[in-house]
Design a protein around this ligand. Structure first.
Ligand code: 5GP
Ligand code: ZN
Length: 106
């Protein structure tokens, strides 16, 4: 998706430091953090939102949650929230599906 900011970040057309990456997803710090630790976990595949997921995306979305667990361990986070905003009314601003990992710990 040429006009998608997260596709551009993933393609490194916009400089951004990945704190984690593999063949399926990347993770980077939110530019406008709403918690002490605020990471975004983003699949490389462009899916507009959870509402646009297909059956074939189940493993990918599971991988995203499992990656959050690993990042929680790696960063010694004792607790955190995982959040998807789905739709404009719920506050979704970027229409490339992503999971927020937020923690009051750092
Ligand atoms: P949403 O509201 O769509 O669930 O979350 C989008 C998030 O992406 C927001 O928390 C916003 O601060 C973050 N964000 C938007 N543009 C950029 C960017 O260019 N770089 C980074 N690191 N975060 C961004
Ligand atoms: Zn995208």
């Amino acid at each position: 998706m040429s006009d998608c900011i997260f596709c551009k970040i993933i393609a490194k057309q916009i400089p951004s430091e990945f704190i984690y990456e593999d063949d399926k997803c990347v993770a980077f710090k939110d530019i406008n953090p709403k918690a002490k630790t605020h990471l975004l976990l983003v699949p490389r595949k462009h899916i507009a939102s959870v509402a646009h997921m297909d059956n074939e995306d189940l493993a990918l979305m599971g991988h995203l949650i499992y990656t959050a667990k690993l990042l929680g361990e790696k960063n010694n986070l004792p607790h955190y929230n995982l959040q998807f905003n789905v739709g404009k009314g719920a506050g979704q601003e970027v229409f490339h599906v992503h999971m927020h990992l937020m923690s009051s710990a750092s």
